[in-house]
Design a protein around this ligand. Structure first.
Ligand SMILES: [Zn+2]
Length: 203
């Protein structure tokens, strides 16, 4: 059997595509998603700042990391977060693996794990709470876990990813290390509403 794309000989009769072409296919899928994320983030930026920003520099940085560091993204929202992290020069690792778990984002310098949760997530999910606890414990409780509702991305992060994360952590009442999807998301919205209000006043 030969690779259906490049014709290279394959070592298994169950395969139709070689590893090189398969990697190209993986990258292509991510680039299509990246374009979607860029359009979404651009729109959000224009709406808030009344000025456009092309995210070209950020696109190139992400493409480079997809190739060299094998960065992978599960959703458009994750890419929006990556674009904002690049823009603000925040170090990040998407789909960070810890033992059996994967976290959407690790921000090593901010000492934060960020999960972007879709509508299927439930805060009363005991296994999810246990998972979070184990991850935080594995990092000696130095790192905080934050959650955000996917529907608020990138709109409520556009005024500042780092600033909004700082705000959510500083507003935590019960425990610095325990996340709560609804509460965290409300804090994110609160912060972005305030920033947007201040921006409107200054224009
Ligand atoms: Zn091939």
């Amino acid at each position: 059997m030969n690779c259906i794309f490049c014709g290279a000989e394959l070592n298994s009769s169950k395969k139709y595509i070689c590893t090189t072409c398969n990697e190209k296919r993986r990258q292509l899928r991510i680039y299509v998603k990246l374009n979607k994320a860029i359009n979404k983030t651009k729109k959000s930026h224009t709406r808030v700042f009344h000025a456009s920003y092309d995210f070209e520099k950020e696109r190139l940085c992400i493409i480079n990391k997809i190739k060299t560091k094998k960065f992978d993204f599960k959703s458009t929202e994750e890419m929006c977060v990556a674009l904002l992290a690049e823009k603000e020069g925040i170090k990040y690792i998407p789909n960070y693996r810890i033992g059996p778990y994967t976290v959407d984002f690790l921000f090593p310098d901010l000492k934060v794990f960020l999960e972007i949760d879709g509508s299927i997530y439930h805060t009363d999910n005991q296994s999810e709470i246990l998972r979070e606890k184990q991850i935080v414990t594995a990092f000696n409780n130095i790192f905080s876990f934050i959650r955000i509702d996917a529907t608020e991305v990138p709109n409520c992060l556009i005024t500042g990813l780092k600033d909004s994360i700082d705000y959510v952590l500083s507003e935590r009442i019960i425990s610095k290390n325990v996340s709560h999807l609804q509460e965290d998301t409300l804090r994110f919205i609160e912060f972005s509403d305030l920033q947007k209000y201040l921006l409107r006043k200054s224009i």
